[in-house]
Design a protein around this ligand. Structure first.
Ligand code: F6R
Length: 260
């Protein structure tokens, strides 16, 4: 696992560099997209590169991590709509190239199974962008999630609903209670995991993710078992890392050609 500690804008550039390198190598790459605040600067940087430098997503496909259950099709916080606004509509992804779990399906377990099939039919995800919850969730795999879980319905913790109330006019009761989420086992099959975390509120979760024992209590710790995981954090999110100086030295001495 590689840990890079840098200001938020630099982290976004690094993540965008990795996505750009992938798209140049493989124009039909399969991207994994996260919602929430953490990836927003990355999406801004990708949109800028598309507009200013011609970076093309025309051959790419993308899969979302998760979706709320039951939010109306036109609800602005439905993750499908958030992803359209934040990235899909700002680049040249083909209509239909972005898929997400269907939180409005009549048969939710069938929708989850269909989503797993769609990911594997696409050949799997090449690069998965991730954020982390203050309780250590990735996607919406809340504490106690099976480390081998697949796409399924989950109940959001009170903590996550409170954290996300800022997207719902500060009203926690407006935050759905359930979601569909890729499982930890699903996420672990992506070929490169790139997690972004900023701010002191993420410091404990980041410490557990990188340095804690692998445990369903901190679901993100499963990333320690991934052969190619990159953790991009600012100083505040890195503030509880015991080996922060080692990560800094390692990154400072890294050959430039190596990339993330
Ligand atoms: C969103 C997702 C979540 C968020 C996490 C952090 O698709 O999968 O795991 O990444 O809740 O959210 P932010 O980035 O808003 O702090």
């Amino acid at each position: 696992m590689e840990v890079v500690i840098a200001p938020a804008q630099e982290l976004a550039v690094l993540a965008a560099d990795a996505i750009e390198a992938l798209l140049r190598r493989r124009p039909d790459a399969v991207l994994g997209l996260a919602t929430g605040s953490s990836p927003l600067k990355v999406y801004d940087e990708l949109a800028r590169r598309h507009a200013d430098e011609g970076l093309s997503f025309a051959g790419a496909r993308a899969f979302m991590l998760d979706e709320y259950v039951g939010l109306a099709a036109d609800h602005p916080e439905r993750y499908r709509n958030v992803i359209d606004v934040e990235i899909a509509s700002r680049v040249d992804l083909e209509p239909g190239a972005v898929r997400g779990p269907d939180g409005l399906a009549d048969d939710l377990p069938a929708a989850c199974a269909a989503y797993e099939t769609a990911i594997s039919d696409a050949g799997g995800v090449d690069l998965q962008i991730l954020g982390i919850g203050t309780d250590g969730h990735i996607a919406f795999n809340e504490p106690g999630s099976s480390l081998a879980s697949r796409t399924r319905i989950k109940t959001l913790t009170q903590q996550t609903r409170e954290d996300n109330a800022r997207f719902f006019d500060g009203e926690v009761d407006q935050v759905p209670t359930h979601c569909l989420t890729q499982g930890l086992g699903t996420i672990m099959e992506a070929r490169h995991l790139v997690l972004l975390a900023t701010g002191a509120q993420k410091a404990e979760a980041v410490h557990q993710l990188v340095e804690g024992p692998v445990s369903a209590m901190w679901p993100a710790t499963v990333m320690q078992m991934h052969p190619h995981a990159t953790v991009l954090v600012d100083e505040a999110a890195a503030s509880r890392l015991q080996l922060a100086n080692y990560y800094r030295q390692t990154y400072a001495a890294k050959p430039a050609w190596q990339g993330l």
